[in-house]
Ligand binder design. Structure first.
Ligand SMILES: [Zn+2]
Length: 426
């Protein structure tokens, strides 16, 4: 009798909890952007069960148990994807403290704050391309467990760079050095060390491999665009990553370094500041994506002196900032694959969408800019469940009040965010 009662009670409770959970949601979209076809649909309902899209259509039946979300006055689109973030970092205002006094523990703690801001800005996925001490892996795993709020993360872990490169600590006395096990620095030279470094990054959680093909802006080495690995070294990195089923992306500003990385077979060129016609054709031939952070030049020029950065770095930015925008324009016109990536962390997290305005200003149609941050970004990351609103895909869905194709800056004010069927902003 007691067992029977318990059984009945448990069935009842199961029913109650199911009803309260509202795992089934029906989103009524006034306008829906179909990013695959590049068209706008009107008055469409999206049915979501748990974390997955189950049905999309004009006349689909909505179950009684479903929670109805009315976005009939909004434009609905897939959750945005930023393919170049540093979600565990952001300038604190003290350049030397960031380099010499902050630790990976600071990064991990601040990463939880930055991740929430990024998600609330409508970015439901980020490819995070370089963090210290595997803070990115810890963040990714905590988000996946549902312990903290943030975008889905695909992480690169340690930036792989040569001795004296953009990935090394540069511009200081040799008495100042990394006080870490060698491989924790990401500094590696020669084919054997590089293959081992790739394996090391993957062993501790890398989803993607990132290396420095050229010098950089925000470090104190002399040149901004010169190659920092040989062709053989770049080939070895890409080849080793491939053996483990991982894609590779290359930080590259200078023309020669970009060409070398494309020939090595990287999936994407990050920054891509100095592109000539030959390089553009090479990228088209190889299907290489361009991930160009064309917003942050404004921020670096207006804020970095105040944030304590040395003049040398700001001067380097002046060499590449505008050139990069012109290169981007040429690449778009020629038909290079474009994926959205901002280098968020160079400027405040959550401002990712500010880059859309610049992408449209420098050659993209608004639809192309949105595609770069959805379907193209998903293709670059290599995940079929993100970047589109389709049956079987993750219910990563955002909405804006304005007509986003008329005003691309409306993406800076996302009014609704759902990730994996869960509403994070409404
Ligand atoms: Zn970066």
């Amino acid at each position: 009798m007691k067992t029977k009662l318990l059984f009945i009670l448990s069935i009842f409770m199961l029913h109650v909890s199911f009803a309260q959970n509202k795992t089934v949601k029906a989103i009524k979209a006034g306008k829906l952007i179909d990013v695959e076809k590049g068209v706008v649909l009107e008055n469409v309902t999206i049915l979501v069960d748990h974390d997955t899209i189950k049905a999309i259509g004009k006349n689909i039946s909505i179950p009684d148990s479903a929670q109805v979300i009315d976005l009939s006055n909004s434009t609905v689109l897939p959750g945005l994807i930023d393919c170049h973030t540093h979600i565990t970092m952001q300038p604190s205002g003290d350049y030397y403290a960031d380099i010499f006094r902050a630790t990976q523990v600071d990064d991990a703690i601040m990463g939880t704050v930055f991740a929430k801001k990024t998600l609330e800005a409508g970015f439901t996925t980020c490819r995070d391309v370089g963090a210290r001490g595997f803070a990115d892996v810890a963040l990714r795993n905590a988000i996946n467990r549902g312990d903290i709020e943030g975008p889905r993360l695909f992480v690169a872990t340690l930036f792989i760079g040569s001795t004296g490169s953009h990935g090394d600590i540069e511009g200081f006395s040799p008495y100042l050095d990394w006080n870490l096990p060698k491989q924790m620095t990401g500094v590696a030279d020669g084919i054997d060390e590089l293959r081992k470094q790739v394996r090391y990054n993957i062993k501790y959680g890398a989803d993607v491999i990132k290396f420095g093909a050229s010098a950089g802006v925000l470090t104190e080495e002399e040149s901004v665009g010169a190659p920092q690995y040989s062709q053989e070294e770049m080939n070895a990195i890409v080849d080793e990553a491939k053996l483990w089923g991982k894609k590779t992306c290359a930080h590259a500003h200078g023309t020669e370094a970009i060409k070398m990385a494309v020939k090595a077979g990287v999936a994407s060129i990050e920054h891509g500041s100095m592109l000539d016609d030959e390089t553009i054709q090479l990228m088209i031939q190889h299907g290489t994506y361009l991930v160009a952070d064309i917003y942050n030049d404004d921020y670096i020029r207006s804020e970095y002196a105040k944030l304590g950065y040395p003049d040398k770095i700001i001067e380097k930015e002046k060499l590449v900032g505008q050139v990069q925008r012109e290169s981007f324009k040429k690449a778009v016109k020629a038909g290079v694959n474009i994926a959205f990536g901002t280098d968020a962390g160079v400027y405040p997290h959550g401002w990712n969408a500010k880059q859309f305005y610049y992408m449209v200003k420098f050659g993209c149609t608004p639809m192309q800019a949105i595609q770069a941050a959805t379907v193209n970004a998903a293709d670059l990351i290599g995940n079929k469940k993100i970047g589109t609103i389709k049956i079987g895909g993750y219910a990563d869905i955002i909405a804006v009040k304005a007509d986003v194709l008329k005003d691309i800056t409306s993406l800076e004010h996302v009014s609704f965010v759902m990730k994996g069927g869960e509403v994070f902003k409404q």
